[in-house]
Design a protein around this ligand. Structure first.
Ligand code: SF4
Ligand code: SF4
Length: 224
């Protein structure tokens, strides 16, 4: 899932300056799970904004709406007629959702309410950890299911750097060295031979941004 974190209210207020009708617009998927931008968070943020404007005697309308996903056109049907009624849309989706909303409503000012952080997993108790950087050339089959691109501070894919010490990373002693973790996992799996494989340099051609992917079932349709 994509993990996001709320921006400070002052920063949000600054970007909304001049808007008289604001729609706080939530996303019900990833950011809802990480308690940053779902229906509940949208209600809280809308209330905080309303209170802060009221305190200053400002007559600004703040409404709310949430759709299931802001990264998928089909979910926008219920807000198709709603969004154009506002001066500003404050999206609590990840950066993908904010951009997609802005692309669908090019006449509308769409602002991000979150700082999008990373793709990660829930470790329990409101904790999320980054697990994948979307490098486009997955090597998890060779590394015991531990991502060196993400977990190693330098993203090294062919074994540890010279700074690894007593199983800890030289960049931060708080962090286990990714390659120690990989070694231990491969050892437990009886696959230490995989440590000897040297991967070729990464092809940055597959990382030309923004990347695009067409599912094979739709390739012909796209070519038409
Ligand atoms: S190697 Fe790591 S960053 Fe690359 S796709 Fe696999 S998990 Fe993601
Ligand atoms: S000590 Fe280990 S995790 Fe840290 S940068 Fe070097 S190889 Fe990567």
């Amino acid at each position: 899932m994509i993990v996001g974190q709320k921006k400070p209210l002052e920063e949000i207020r600054e970007m909304l300056k001049g808007a008289r009708k604001i729609l706080v617009f939530g996303c019900g998927t990833c950011v809802s799970v990480c308690m940053a931008g779902g229906e509940r968070e949208v209600a809280i943020l809308a209330q905080l904004l309303q209170m802060s404007y009221k305190k200053e005697g400002k007559d600004i309308q703040v409404d709310e709406a949430t759709i299931q996903r802001q990264c998928d056109r089909e979910y926008f049907e219920p807000v198709k007629e709603v969004i154009p009624r506002y001066d500003a849309v404050l999206s609590t989706a990840c950066g993908v959702g904010v951009q997609f909303t802005a692309a669908l409503f090019p006449e509308k000012a769409v602002y991000p309410a979150l700082n999008t952080q990373f793709m990660g997993s829930n470790e329990g108790n409101g904790t999320w950890i980054e697990r994948c950087r979307g490098c486009g050339e997955c090597v998890l089959h060779l590394t015991g299911g531990i991502c060196p691109v993400t977990i190693c501070a330098k993203g090294l894919v062919n074994g540890p750097c010279g700074g690894t010490d007593d199983g800890k990373c030289e960049v931060s002693r708080e962090k286990d060295c990714a390659w120690t973790l990989i070694y231990r996992r491969l050892d437990a799996l009886g696959r230490l031979d995989d440590m000897r494989r040297i991967l070729p340099p990464k092809s940055y051609q597959v990382q030309t941004h923004p990347r695009k992917m067409i599912h094979e079932a739709f390739v012909e349709e796209e070519a038409k």
